[in-house]
Design a binder for this molecule. Sequence first.
Ligand SMILES: Cc1cc2nc3c(=O)[nH]c(=O)nc-3n(C[C@H](O)[C@H](O)[C@H](O)COP(=O)(O)OP(=O)(O)OC[C@H]3O[C@@H](n4cnc5c(N)ncnc54)[C@H](O)[C@@H]3O)c2cc1C
Length: 466
Amino acid sequence: MPVNPRRIRALRKESHDSHASQSSGPVIYWMSRDQRVRDNWALLYAGELARKRGCPLAVAFCLAPGFLGATEVQYRFMLQGLSEVADDLSARNIPFILLRGDPREEISRLIEEQDACALVCDFSPLRDSLECKSHVAQIIEIAFYEVDAHNIIPCWLASQKQEWAAYSFRPKVHRLLFEFLEEFPALPENGAEKNAADDLAESSPKAFKEDGSAAIDWQEALDWPAAEEMPDAKLIAPGERAAFRQLDHFLKQGLAGYDKDRNDPNISGQSALSSYLHFGQISAQRVALEAARSGIDAGAFLEELVVRRELSDNYCYYNQHYDDVQGFPAWALRSLDEHSGDRREYLYSLPELEKAATHDDLWNAAQQEMLKSGKMHGYLRMYWAKKILEWTATPAAAQAAAIYLNDRYELDGRDPNGYAGIAWSIGGLHDRAWKERAIYGKVRYMSYSGAKRKFDVQAYIDRWSP
Ligand SMILES: Cc1cc2nc3c(=O)[nH]c(=O)nc-3n(C[C@H](O)[C@H](O)[C@H](O)COP(=O)(O)OP(=O)(O)OC[C@H]3O[C@@H](n4cnc5c(N)ncnc54)[C@H](O)[C@@H]3O)c2cc1C
């Protein structure tokens, strides 16, 4: 079954006078956001193109240093996942090429070196990624296609404009799910083109050593702080296999109680899939298909996984101010501005916030949960960001601090969900106006006493306080 052509768009058409049509080199899938072999529309399309052209398929990934403030913790999680990708591709005789440096230069150099005939990439709505692909599209001569392998409905099709809120986005999504929430075909291995693929594997830089460790000195090469500077984080296991184990566990143990338990940070009531989804180690479409087939009422979960998650991509794609206050809705920006002179009872610096050194033991415990596990509970993320608004001089400073901490310490950070979640908490994005109060203006407020009514706050503090 061919990939639905509506998932694909051309970033660069092949020029008739280019030598690409005579090229004997591979179709290259430039893997970026979707770091998996199973259930990957971009990889499937690249394979389809390679078969049509009778040439081999290769996959390249470019490690860029200092990506949005990510630390060694996130790189390690990602690299271990990529090592599985390399193995799974190798089992299908598909070479995996690990590049390092600026993707704009590395990808175009690879295309030239390998005499590639076409390039396929996956999709991200984030600025750096869009700019990088647009740059590559301008300097290469071969056909270049983008496939949204992250969203169930391609972001540019789900809606052609920034949506106000879930209520305006939901009907559009539901209409298109019928077409796009389909089963994935299997990925065939490199077949008749095997010899060419072998040659390519021989000539390409080795990604991993025999024991699975990265064959490059990534710690030194990438611009991140030394490991000992990082908190002693106890992280979930990385990779595609671990992601499927977690999905299986959630479907059996968590989905039935999701609606009731997800807002209690003392219960593992959420799916804990966000880090796998962020790195593309599992496909949201696979998760949605399995949840829908489980025979359990998955409505509340699918609302988060599909509508809310894809709404975040919609926000980042259509609003270039997704990470500054200009991205907030006008009513919220005006209201926050009117309260900019309100007295702040507490003012904390970024290092004080980072060290979880505020007067609020619940906030400190949430910050500690993030530092120690790489994942703060979803309910507390809202409280955490709103309190930063209360304790910093301006909404812009609050947003910048929240983004810095979220991107640096959450395994699932540097994600559209993070930028949208922070803009929701601090700037009323996708929300409505609430009763006016100091500092927050009409932006929704959350309180310690409100949290106490929802769950056992003391048990949570006892669990996460040092
Ligand atoms: C201030 C703030 C910061 C956030 N930062 C991030 C972030 O950096 N990365 C991230 O993935 N999510 C972020 N979220 C959204 C949400 O809190 C997390 O996705 C969720 O807690 C992850 O846990 P889970 O996978 O167990 O979620 P589940 O409740 O099991 O949900 C399943 C999936 O649905 C999606 N989802 C759930 N809630 C939301 C939501 N509110 N908005 C959009 N998608 C959602 C996620 O992909 C999630 O993995 C943030 C929310 C807030 C308020």
